[in-house]
Design a protein around this ligand. Sequence first.
Ligand code: HSE
Length: 305
Amino acid sequence: MTTLSTITVQVPATSANCGPGFDTLGLACTLYNTFEFTLLPRGWVLEVEGEGKDELKAGPENLIFAAFDAVWRQFNPQPYGLKVKMHNVIPMSRGLGSSSSAIVGGLVAANVLCGAKLSLESLLALATDIEGHPDNVAPALYGGFTISYMQGRVAHTTKLIPQLPLQFIAVVPEQPLSTAKARAALPAQVPLKDAIFNCSRTGLLVAALLTGNATHLATALEDKLHQPYRAPLIPGLAAAMDAAKKSGAYNAIISGAGSTIMAYAPIEADGALIARAMVNALAQVGQKASYHLLTLDNEGARIVN
Ligand code: HSE
């Protein structure tokens, strides 16, 4: 019998909050980081192609190694080494789940190499412990749209596959925005009327996705819990959102904690036209941006060898 010692995992980018569902809703989309893990007798090695090539280092503070270790050590107490080759496409610190992809990649790889003893629910709980909130790690693991919640300190999620075929236009400003800075901009308390505003929009959004009826989708993507407070951190946000709507999108939102602005559009809309209108709006305030035209990933993290 041979023992599996190399495994390659592909993990989708994610977009958390989806407008009104702060720290709750998330979706997986068709942009992927790929991680090849090889067990070694000793030592930690990292090879990076693409995003983060000059910044990322092997070590316990690296989320891929930390996540791998959190699973591996449960079943293998003896010392070990690990080489990770990453092909990184998901932009970093832009609200597209790059850190979640690293966490989920490490957890899934270690779990498979250990004989797949942990359930998806257990991996979600571990991923949330590392990430701090479940709304990016859940869709990275499960794919689709996810509705996540905390019960005490344990994260849970439910996945839904929408009846509404959507495309997502991710406009990525050159300027990164750290989640810590974007969270520091939020107030400790919000007015009750804003909480009610978001409850109604979140319900409408889930209804639109489940029924395939887009009548209220533009309204359903509105938010008052985080976007107004984060807007000053993303110059040109309002103009880019406006440009998205005027060129065929239902609406646009801040993806995760930003800085990416994501438009939700009908599948048949001209995504490149919407993207260019948004990029031009950002250029008016001196912000350079690139874009990705995406759809929903229904599968989540997967083994590709
Ligand atoms: N829900 C989180 C936030 C996502 O908006 O801060 C970022 O990780």
